[in-house]
Design a protein around this ligand. Structure first.
Ligand SMILES: *[C@@H]1O[C@H](CO)[C@@H](O)[C@H](O)[C@H]1NC(C)=O
Ligand SMILES: *[C@@H]1O[C@H](CO)[C@@H](O)[C@H](O)[C@H]1NC(C)=O
Ligand SMILES: *[C@@H]1O[C@H](CO)[C@@H](O)[C@H](O)[C@H]1NC(C)=O
Length: 408
């Protein structure tokens, strides 16, 4: 995504940098390369389990919630493919029949296009063999489940799918309220470097990152909005009104500026993580494996170019004061963050539309990976040059999520 300096100018509070320089750096140096990178086979296929049931509340499958703009679907109208598995919770809603076509259409547009060529499918078997042969020391969650499938990200862009369910609201609400180390007043401007109100620096940072992620997702939905439909064609494009509603200073009582600043904060944080993890990828034996060694070489070359651009960028977020407590404290915090991210990823299983769930899970994992990197500075410094390390490893899914999340 090209960053949106037009809405925000000047110096950011968390680093010695200004919005304009970040925009120029991103729009000319980073984004074009990231875009090319994420089109390559290694990065375009993301393995994810989208079939896990929502573990936290059971009463709302995506069309069956009160207060929802989309009226509940009668069970008979739920597409068979969606009805099976986790979505058979519609019985209470079965009586309401209004607006069924809107609901159906939202299902349709939000569905994953799972088209994969036979060639790709064969390659995945080979990839799995290759990945299994690597030593894995990290915990694998979703990705080893038999329900995890490869999704082609290029066929499933993140955009507003016409689905206006309340589940999205509920998901974000529970993330902020129950998983965010929430400060007392959400509406007070947060400066992570200011003295805390009982919340340590890292936890305030966590809150800002989640807010930045939320902004990113909303910006993408506003940028590719379902503007028109008819004759079997859907027209997608920017919806300025929706963007204003979420980010304009006047329409958000000043909240919009804070949301956008949090997006820049997230960007700088992930940028920092990429800077820190560069040595991991610079080792000669690290291979972005797809089985085509020429392609793999090119992909790696492109990734290293991105690292070089990042190293040349002078205005980095200074994370020294973070993650710098004593060893035990850092370890506890790292574990706490990990658990929170795992939980947020599970909350994403409650997002109604599967395309939104896909991008929600990917970006959560990307940010989780960035934090894992920032918490692992020492391990990365001590990586052996010629062999995998017990101390720090990234899985294919983490790498794909990290770069695609940053690309967003
Ligand atoms: C999925 O993507 C393929 C390749 O672009 C396209 O041919 C197909 O029509 C798409 N399917 C749906 C249901 O959109
Ligand atoms: C892909 O594989 C399936 C099952 O092996 C086969 O039925 C189908 O014809 C193949 N499609 C193409 C395009 O080769
Ligand atoms: C996980 O999220 C749910 C739903 O918001 C919440 O009720 C629960 O307390 C969270 N668990 C942890 C360990 O944070």
């Amino acid at each position: 995504m090209l960053l949106l300096g037009a809405m925000l100018t000047g110096v950011l509070d968390d680093c010695f940098c200004d919005v304009e320089s970040i925009d120029v750096f991103n729009n000319f140096k980073i984004y074009p390369r990231i875009k090319k990178l994420t089109e390559r086979d290694y990065f375009r296929y993301y393995r994810v389990n989208l079939k896990r049931p929502c573990p936290f509340w059971s009463d709302d499958g995506h069309c069956a919630i009160k207060d929802c703009h989309v009226e509940p679907c009668p069970e008979s109208k739920i597409p068979v493919g969606i009805k099976s598995g986790n979505y058979n919770k519609y019985s209470q809603a079965a009586n309401s029949v209004s607006d069924r076509s809107e609901c159906e259409q939202a299902d349709d547009l939000g569905a994953i296009n799972s088209t994969l060529s036979n060639q790709s499918k064969e390659a995945f078997v080979d990839w799995a063999r290759h990945d299994d042969a690597q030593d894995h020391f990290c915990e694998l969650d979703d990705e080893t489940s038999p329900d995890a499938d490869y999704v082609d990200l290029l066929l499933n862009p993140e955009r507003f799918t016409g689905y206006r369910g309340a589940s999205a609201w509920r998901v974000w609400n529970s993330i902020y309220e129950e998983n965010c180390f929430k400060p007392r007043s959400v509406y007070r401007p947060l400066n992570p470097l200011a003295p805390s109100r009982g919340l340590c620096l890292e936890k305030r940072v966590f809150y800002r990152l989640i807010s930045g992620l939320h902004s990113s997702i909303n910006i993408h939905l506003c940028a590719e909005y379902l503007l028109d439909e008819g004759w079997g064609r859907s027209v997608w494009g920017p919806n300025v009104q929706e963007f204003r509603r979420r980010f304009d200073t006047a329409e958000t009582k000043g909240e919009g500026t804070r949301r956008l600043k949090n997006l820049y904060f997230l960007y700088l944080m992930e940028l920092r993580a990429l800077y820190k993890v560069a040595p991991y990828f610079e080792r000669a034996f690290i291979n972005l494996y797809t089985g085509n060694s020429r392609e793999d070489g090119d992909t790696k070359e492109l990734l290293l170019q991105i690292f070089n651009e990042i190293k040349a960028f002078p205005m980095h977020f200074d994370e020294k004061s973070m993650f710098a407590g004593n060893k035990l404290e850092a370890k506890t915090l790292k574990e706490e963050f990990r658990l929170h991210f795992k939980n947020i990823s599970r909350i994403m299983d409650c997002v109604g539309c599967s395309k939104c769930r896909l991008w929600g899970k990917l970006q959560t994992q990307g940010l989780g990976t960035a934090l894992k990197i920032l918490f692992s500075e020492k391990e990365i410094q001590n990586l052996p040059e010629r062999s995998p390390s017990k101390g720090f490893q990234l899985t294919r899914q983490e790498i794909v999520a990290l770069l695609n999340g940053f690309g967003r």
